[in-house]
Design a protein around this ligand. Structure first.
Ligand code: MG
Ligand code: ZN
Length: 364
């Protein structure tokens, strides 16, 4: 009897330990040291497949194995804009159209970038729009209206983002209030960079890369490889942080091609964005502690592909609107904890999943 009880006890202890091991090894709970979030503005499945077809049937996106869908509706609108869409992803709150970093009751909510900063991580933004544009602004600013670019530029000064690169210089140095915010940035140890080629010279420290007066041009009209080059530099700088980093990268102009109902514009921006994804994946594979997420804030154009030729890289599309649509957008995840991005969920869940991946607690 005594032996039997001892045996039973050993069995119970063994099983408990075994169950704890399983719990410990649940891949969904794996923490990430770094998160790189890539947002293709206006990037639905058709935009991706247009780029894939034009690129003879392949994109770096095919490397992702954990895939889900995000529902993009705004708090008060079936069709979102990039303000409400960006805010939902950045803060975990659905809000009204054109809002930046506020919930539907206009209460400012901290973004994942702000939580990363509070928790000692380095932070960065690289975009092909103005840095004050709706998507990057949602991670930085708290404003009722997305077009308050000068106020949003001011909000950059309240944070300590290590690297931000994009357009929109004039909202910092040619303002109605006459202030020159670049002076403030320089006084706060930012290295100001106005030309893409000058980025190469910088090896460490903070970067304010304001490469264009206002909007950056589209890929084929002078911007060229700005996005992958700036992304590579941002990762090089941010990876010096022992605590890890959060980096948001936006392929901003996939959306602008959608508003123009231009398949060619969408395709060139999609391939540029995918080249950037390839660069990020290369780093993440080497690093092993980086969670990479690729998604969109909404689809733009109601794009439908009605003809194409993969061998010739030809794609023909039609559009149902020059505005955004309400369809779900894909989510692709790679790296530690990427399993939890499977399934269908609201866009606000992207914030919750990123917080969980970093092991952060919510608090105001
Ligand atoms: Mg955008
Ligand atoms: Zn748009």
């Amino acid at each position: 009897m005594k032996y039997y009880l001892t045996f039973l006890l050993v069995l119970i202890l063994h099983n408990t330990a075994y169950l704890q091991d399983i719990k410990k090894e649940n891949p969904q709970d794996k923490k990430a040291k770094n998160i790189i979030l890539l947002i293709g503005d206006g990037m639905g499945v058709s935009q991706i497949f247009a780029g894939m077809t034009a690129n003879n049937g392949h994109l770096n996106l095919e490397e992702f194995k954990n895939i889900g869908f995000s529902k993009t509706q705004a708090a008060n609108d079936f069709i979102t804009d990039s303000g409400a869409g960006g805010t939902a992803i950045a803060t975990g709150y659905k809000t009204f159209g054109k809002a930046i970093g506020l919930d539907k009751d206009t209460i400012p909510r901290p973004s994942i970038l702000e939580y990363a900063e509070r928790n000692g991580k380095s932070t960065g933004l690289v975009v092909t729009s103005q840095v004050t544009h709706a998507t990057p602004a949602s991670f930085v600013a708290h404003q009722k209206e997305r077009y308050l670019y000068e106020e949003i530029a001011q909000d950059f000064l309240t944070l300590d983002i290590d690297v931000f690169i994009g357009g929109g210089l004039k909202y910092f140095n040619d303002r109605k209030d006459g202030r020159d915010l670049t002076t403030f940035l320089a006084a706060n140890d930012y290295q100001l960079v106005y030309k893409l080629k000058d980025l190469a010279k910088i090896k460490e420290g903070k970067i304010a890369g304001l490469l264009y007066e206002d909007k950056p041009p589209r890929f084929s009209k002078g911007r060229k490889d700005m996005l992958p080059i700036a992304t590579k530099k941002a990762i090089e700088i941010l990876d010096r942080s022992k605590e890890g980093f959060f980096l948001m990268i936006e392929g901003s102009q996939i959306d602008w091609g959608g508003h123009d109902n231009s398949t060619k514009y969408i395709v060139e921006e999609m391939i540029d964005f995918d080249n950037t994804i390839g660069q990020v994946l290369e780093f993440a594979k080497w690093d092993g502690n980086t969670l990479v997420i690729v998604t969109a804030d909404h689809e733009t154009g109601g794009m439908s592909i009605h003809d194409g030729d993969i061998a010739k890289g030809k794609v023909k599309a039609q559009f149902t609107t020059t505005d955004h649509t309400g369809v779900m957008v894909p989510v692709f995840a790679y790296g530690p904890g990427s399993e939890k991005f499977r399934g269908i969920y609201e866009n606000t869940e992207l914030f919750n999943k990123m917080m969980k991946s970093f092991g952060f607690e919510k608090g105001e």
